[in-house]
Design a protein around this ligand. Structure first.
Ligand code: FE2
Length: 367
C-alpha cells in the first residue's frame, strides 16, 4: 500500500502557484545560496537507490590493445606515477570512476620498467587475469604478481612495481578513489624514485609469516584494519572452489547455491574484509548454472577470469569472456549465466555499506 505513495506519483504536494511573489522568493533563495527541499526531494530521497552510474561492460579485447598502445606512446614514471587507464562509467563522466565509490583501471608495465614508489590514503588491490614477471614492493616487501593472484596495497602502505622480464604485463587495479575524493580524506606522499628492493622471491615475507591455514603467528596477536597478507595465491583460491564443488557432488553443504562456489578473501586477524573499504571475492559457476537475480546497496564490479557466459544486467543480457569487466551500480539487478565453467573475480564497496548500516540485499525467490 505504502509502495503506491511515493514522490513520483504524488505530484500535487507543495506545488505553489507560479506568481511574481513566488519568483521573487526563489530569487531570494538563489542569492543567499539556498535551495528548498520541496523542489528536490525526488532526487535527494528516492524510493530506492537510483545511481547516476549506469550498468556497463568493458571488453578485454578492447582494453588490452589500448593499454599496449599506451605502453608504446606513454612513458611511466614520477608525476603520472602509473600507466593506468581508468574504466570511466558513462553515467559519471568526466570522472574516471567506475562507480560512485570505486575506481577500476587496467595498468600496463613494459619490459624492465619500474613504477616509482608512493603511498596514499586510498586502499588499493591488483588482480592478475594473465601474465607474470612483475613484483610489487609493498612497504619494502617484494610481492610476486602472477595469474589469478590478488595483491593488496592497503591505505598508506608505500608501493612501487617493477617488471623483471623482457615482456610486458597488464593487470587490473581497484581503489576507493571516488569515495576518498567525495569524503575529502586523501593524503599522498612520494617514496623512492625506484623500488626499494629489487629482489624477486617466490613468496613475500608477509606470506611466509601468515599464509599457513588456520595458524596465527604469536608474534602478531594485535588485529589490523587491513590484511597483513600481500598476496592471495591462485593455487589456494582454485583449490577452495574445487573442493566446494566436490563437496556439493557428495551432497554436502558447501556452495552458495547449486553449481555456484564462492569465496571471500579475508583479513586473517579479524576474519573480516581484506581492507576497510573494499570487499574481494571469487566465484565459480559450473557450466549451465544460472545464479539467482540479486540487488544490493552499493556498487560491485566483476572481471571474468576464465570461461564463457553472460550477465543479465538490469534486464539486458551481455556475453562475457576472459578479461571482460562489468559494473552493477547500487540496486541494479544482476545475475550470471555460465556457458562453460565460469570463473569470476569480484570486488565491491560492501564494507562501507555494512559498517554504516546502509546495506540491503534482495535475492529473487527469497523474502
Ligand atoms: Fe598507488
Amino acid at each position: 500500500m505504502n509502495e503506491q505513495l511515493n514522490h513520483e506519483n504524488v505530484q500535487h504536494a507543495m506545488q505553489p502557484e507560479d506568481t511574481p511573489e513566488l519568483r521573487a522568493l526563489y530569487k531570494g533563495f538563489e542569492e543567499e545560496s539556498l535551495i528548498p527541499l520541496w523542489t528536490q526531494i525526488g532526487d535527494l530521497m528516492p524510493v530506492h537507490p537510483k545511481s547516476q552510474a549506469v550498468p556497463h561492460v568493458w571488453k578485454w579485447s578492447k582494453l588490452l590493445p589500448l593499454a599496449e598502445r599506451s605502453g608504446e606512446l606513454v612513458p611511466v614514471g614520477r608525476g603520472g606515477e602509473r600507466r593506468a587507464i581508468g574504466l570511466a562509467n558513462p553515467g559519471l563522466v568526466p570522472n574516471a570512476y567506475v562507480s560512485p565509490t570505486l575506481w577500476a583501471a587496467i595498468q600496463y608495465l613494459g619490459p624492465r620498467e619500474t613504477a616509482p614508489e608512493h603511498r596514499h590514503s586510498q586502499n588499493a588491490f591488483r588482480f592478475v587475469v594473465e601474465g607474470e614477471g612483475v613484483w610489487t614492493v609493498v612497504n619494502g616487501d617484494p610481492v610476486r604478481m602472477s595469474r589469478g593472484d590478488l595483491l593488496l596495497t592497503p591505505g598508506w602502505h608505500f608501493h612501487g612495481h617493477h617488471n623483471d622480464t623482457d615482456h610486458p604485463m597488464a593487470w587490473i587495479d581497484g581503489l576507493d578513489i571516488p569515495f576518498s575524493q567525495q569524503m575529502d580524506v586523501g593524503f599522498f606522499e612520494f617514496g623512492s624514485d625506484r623500488v626499494t628492493d629489487y629482489a624477486t622471491p617466490n613468496y613475500s615475507r608477509g606470506e611466509r609469516l601468515w599464509c599457513h591455514p588456520g595458524l596465527r603467528p604469536l608474534s602478531a596477536l594485535d588485529d589490523t584494519i587491513a590484511s597483513p597478507i600481500g598476496a592471495y595465491r591462485w593455487e589456494h583460491t582454485d583449490d577452495a572452489l574445487t573442493q566446494q564443488l566436490l563437496l556439493e557432488d557428495e551432497g554436502q553443504p558447501a556452495t552458495v547455491e547449486l553449481g555456484h562456489a564462492a569465496i571471500r578473501y579475508v583479513n586473517p586477524t579479524t576474519g573480516g574484509d581484506v581492507m576497510p573499504t573494499i570487499r574481494c571475492e571469487f566465484h565459480r559457476l559450473r557450466a549451465g548454472t544460472q545464479t539467482a537475480q540479486r540487488q544490493e546497496v552499493g556498487s560491485t564490479i566483476f572481471q571474468v577470469f576464465e570461461g564463457r557466459g553472460s550477465v543479465v544486467l538490469n534486464g539486458d543480457t551481455r556475453n562475457l569472456e576472459k578479461g571482460d569487466m562489468f559494473v552493477a551500480p547500487s540496486w541494479i539487478p544482476w545475475s550470471l549465466q555460465a556457458e562453460t565453467q565460469f570463473d569470476l573475480f569480484r570486488f565491491s564497496d560492501a564494507p562501507i555499506m555494512e559498517r554504516l548500516h546502509f546495506m540491503r540485499t534482495r535475492v529473487e525467490g527469497q523474502r
